[in-house]
Write a protein that binds this ligand. Structure first.
Ligand SMILES: *[C@@H]1O[C@H](CO)[C@@H](O)[C@H](O)[C@H]1NC(C)=O
Ligand SMILES: *[C@@H]1O[C@H](CO)[C@@H](O)[C@H](O)[C@H]1NC(C)=O
Ligand SMILES: *[C@@H]1O[C@H](CO)[C@@H](O)[C@H](O)[C@H]1NC(C)=O
Ligand SMILES: *[C@@H]1O[C@H](CO)[C@@H](O)[C@H](O)[C@H]1NC(C)=O
Ligand SMILES: *[C@@H]1O[C@H](CO)[C@@H](O)[C@H](O)[C@H]1NC(C)=O
Ligand SMILES: *[C@@H]1O[C@H](CO)[C@@H](O)[C@H](O)[C@H]1NC(C)=O
Length: 483
């Protein structure tokens, strides 16, 4: 009896010690650490060496905006230094995007710009030489202006133009690229570019333009996936996915109506693109609500274009992994439907929302990963963006605290919830043009925009990330959560 209790006691004491030893947990061997950028945000050289204009060049030039992407971080010329930084950080992968109009100035195959192909070829070779896996975004919002002039994502022929472009990319770079992502954050692109007009190409069509955009974009994504499957997979054995962005959304209370608002919110945002690709067709709640309101608006058909059965099957299953971006958490509550009037996405969704761009929900990322895993059963998840925008400065402890919190959530999801997250790409390798401002800085490496050299300097967070990658151990024991 006594001895049994002794053993029990010993077991507990030992158990406690073992637990403390493992209090700082490590990332699995196979887990990949990376960082990301996007062409328009870093390259500059907007009209050099045969590059054609993109919709974002036009967008800022037409507004005579004080800030634009003409030079940005000048990575078109400084890419060797960027690769060196990636190497010194110990990155296992680097996510960047190809500027469509740098290799096809008009977006179409009539002119292929060899200098553009060489630029990405050199970058990819240099990364491979340092054992850094390139993760390549085919479309990070910077559509060639000419394709936009033809209707852009409101014209279903975009699907064919996109096919021509991605086939050229697979042909040119496919032997060295194992991870492709077709589109970056389609929700935000359709929202800004075709819904609310606050981003290129600047159409304010909040009741239908953004849905048309999503319809054409999903068909284009599926085409790009199927082309890879049919023509390249056997030879290159790569993987293809799409990058979806979502904040975690909480319900403000446990009231059934608030919980419904929470689910509706996630479906209108994440499900809008994830459902067709991972389950087949739009989320039911979007189909129903938009059809209903369209009818009351005296429209002959729903503002949300209907997929044919063939289209549903063609789009369903076009993924080899789930690529996820996330930055914030958000809470919603029930709100009465707005009366019928000028149609819009926000009326279709109809939730009361409070965006908490702070750490108020310390479990947000873990909850989001569980939601994605449960709803979409994706097999594997790659975090393609996460990070914090801050003001200028090299002592960015606020960024480090944010990263500790999110990476702690990520570890819990992997180790406690058994979710297969295969890698994490921090946004961003360096400060860059945040679609209209240079003031919000997401980089772990500072860029001096006042210097013609666009001098790069490591911030504290870069050294912190370098150490995390080297040790694979997350020390979040001193986390300061600043609400
Ligand atoms: C783009 O297309 C337009 C119209 O077809 C043509 O005038 C122009 O020369 C083309 N430019 C390039 C760079 O291909
Ligand atoms: C989509 O594909 C999955 C997996 O093959 C299948 O279970 C599901 O029924 C498909 N959805 C539709 C709507 O066909
Ligand atoms: C449309 O919405 C109204 C108001 O919520 C509801 O009463 C009606 O049943 C809905 N109609 C359809 C066809 O879903
Ligand atoms: C953080 O979130 C809380 C909870 O919703 C909110 O009350 C607070 O105003 C937010 N703080 C900041 C700085 O945004
Ligand atoms: C620190 O990370 C661990 C996972 O390694 C997690 O369980 C713990 O909750 C995190 N602590 C904080 C304060 O976030
Ligand atoms: C820019 O770089 C060049 C070559 O490294 C150097 O000689 C020059 O002093 C730098 N200029 C500035 C303003 O930093």
């Amino acid at each position: 009896m006594y001895s049994k209790m002794y053993y029990l006691l010993k077991f507990f004491v030992l158990g406690f010690l073992v637990q403390s030893c493992f209090a700082t947990k490590s990332f699995p061997e196979s887990f990949m650490f990376g960082a990301g950028t996007a062409a328009f945000q870093i390259e500059g050289a907007w009209n050099e060496d045969g590059k054609g204009p993109s919709i974002w060049d036009t967008f800022f030039h037409n507004k005579n905006a004080e800030e634009n992407g003409d030079v940005a971080c000048d990575s078109y010329h400084k890419w060797r230094e960027d690769v060196q930084n990636a190497k010194d950080l110990g990155l296992q992968f680097y996510r960047f995007s190809i500027a469509w109009s740098r290799i096809l100035p008009n977006g179409t195959l009539n002119i292929v710009n060899q200098k553009g192909i060489d630029y990405y070829s050199n970058l990819i070779k240099a990364l491979k030489a340092e054992n850094i896996e390139p993760v390549v975004t085919l479309y990070h919002w910077d559509m060639p202006q000419h394709i936009s002039d033809l209707g852009g994502l409101l014209n279903v022929q975009f699907v064919d133009y996109f096919e021509d472009y991605v086939r050229l990319c697979y042909n040119s770079f496919g032997s060295d690229v194992k991870y492709w992502v077709t589109f970056n954050e389609p929700t935000i692109h359709c929202f800004m570019g075709y819904g609310y007009g606050n981003g290129a190409p600047g159409f304010a069509l909040p009741g239908d333009g953004l849905y048309q955009c999503s319809y054409v974009l999903l068909k284009s994504h599926a085409r790009a996936y199927r082309i890879y499957d049919e023509e390249f997979r056997d030879q290159y054995q790569g993987k293809v996915g799409i990058v979806l962005e979502s904040s975690w959304v909480d319900a403000e209370t446990d009231d059934l109506l608030d919980l419904e608002a929470q689910e509706r919110s996630l479906q209108f945002n994440l499900g809008w693109f994830a459902n067709p690709i991972f389950k087949g067709n739009w989320p039911e709640v979007m189909i129903d609500r938009i059809a209903n309101r369209s009818q009351l608006e005296n429209l002959a058909r729903s503002r949300l274009p209907a997929f044919t059965q063939d289209e549903i099957e063609y789009i369903n299953g076009t993924h080899d992994f789930f690529a996820l971006n996330t930055y914030y958490s958000n809470a919603v509550r029930y709100e009465d439907d707005e009366p019928i009037g000028t149609p819009s996405y926000s009326k279709d969704l109809s939730v009361g929302s409070s965006i908490n761009r702070n750490f108020s929900d310390n479990q947000a990322f873990r909850k989001l990963l569980n939601y994605v895993n449960d709803r979409y059963n994706p097999g594997s998840i790659l975090i393609t963006e996460n990070g914090k925008g801050t003001s200028d400065g090299l002592e960015d402890t606020d960024r480090i605290e944010y990263l500790k919190l999110y990476l702690g959530n990520l570890l819990d999801a992997i180790l406690e919830d058994n979710i297969n997250v295969i890698g994490y790409s921090l946004w961003s390798l360096m400060d860059n043009f945040e679609w209209g401002t240079y003031e919000t800085r997401f980089g772990i490496i500072r860029v001096d925009y006042d210097s013609p050299n666009r001098t790069r300097t490591w911030k504290e967070s870069a050294r912190w990330y370098q150490n995390l990658i080297a040790t694979r151990v997350l020390d979040n024991s001193t986390i300061i959560i600043n609400n």
